[in-house]
Ligand binder design. Sequence first.
Ligand SMILES: Nc1ncnc2c1ncn2[C@@H]1O[C@H](COP(=O)(O)OP(=O)(O)O)[C@@H](O)[C@H]1O
Ligand SMILES: [Mg+2]
Length: 326
Amino acid sequence: MERAIIVERLVKNFQVTERNAGFWEALGSLLKPKKKTVEALRGVSFSVSEGEFVGLIGPNGAGKTTILKILSGILFPTHGFVQVMGYTPWERRESYLKTISMVMGQKNQLWWDLPATDTFELNRRIYGISDRTYQKNLRELVNLLGVEKYMKRQVRRLSLGQRMRLELVAALIHKPKVVFLDEPTIGLDVIAQKKLRDFIKKYNREHEATIILTSHNMDDVIELCRRVIVINEGEIVFDGDLKDLIVRYAKEKVIKFSVSSEIDTKKLVKMGRVEIAKYPYYELYVSRSVSKIAASELLSSFPVSDLTIEEEPINEIVGKVFSSNA
Ligand SMILES: Nc1ncnc2c1ncn2[C@@H]1O[C@H](COP(=O)(O)OP(=O)(O)O)[C@@H](O)[C@H]1O
Ligand SMILES: [Mg+2]
């Protein structure tokens, strides 16, 4: 498969002036500002195939947004090589801008006081989309996202979930082949999150679009991305299948079970870590290698009515990935 995105030894430093707290210090820094370098990206390399859907995860300040901004041509890198669909993003060629789109959950492009359709129309002109293509794309996106009802209302009157879906219509009206999604589900309720995810999944499949998504919400990543890149303090600490990430870092499994009559929890404590013991439901964390033995022991010693062995919650696993780098 063709490589849609190539990133090699990408470095981004920000120069910031330090501000001091006290009056004299503030005066001092006014006269002689102290410059400090923030190393947001310290040599990041990865590539993404056409049609691939990659999750970029990491703690706050790790450098996720910086990567997406460089890929979409909003920021210049300090060093490094980047190519997206054969283009150098920061040259901002018109044909490149027509190929990509960046959606930021915390920023909006829709005009607040106008209906969303006005922004769509503006984008139609910016991207030079023919009337026919525009009508076709609009109909398709509006149907997929179920936003027919809202698109003629003033944007400020809409809920965050409705607005976010309309943001996506505006961002995708030109049918980009590469999409960068920066925290698209932030602040949305569970139902709105699901609608958005379903749509993004379809867009990826139907247009064979290459997508990089950043999210704090591991449900987004689990649902959408087979491959994840974990970044911490400007460096990649894992790049591979989400499944392998789990196997590598999850040292434990969770046995969830219910019983039909009360049991002695002392016996449980010997087998592993008891996280929940609320008759009739229990959760026991055991080391991966003994999870099957532990389960069969539970089945033989207790009146178990229901039992499943699951992976640790993904958030906890990812937390370990971050701390393993420290
Ligand atoms: N415009 C900027 N000026 C100075 N520092 C910045 C700027 N943008 C980002 N940073 C710093 O770069 C680092 C990475 O930020 P960012 O890419 O936004 O992280 P993330 O999206 O993973 O939370 C942080 O330390 C952040 O404070
Ligand atoms: Mg960010």
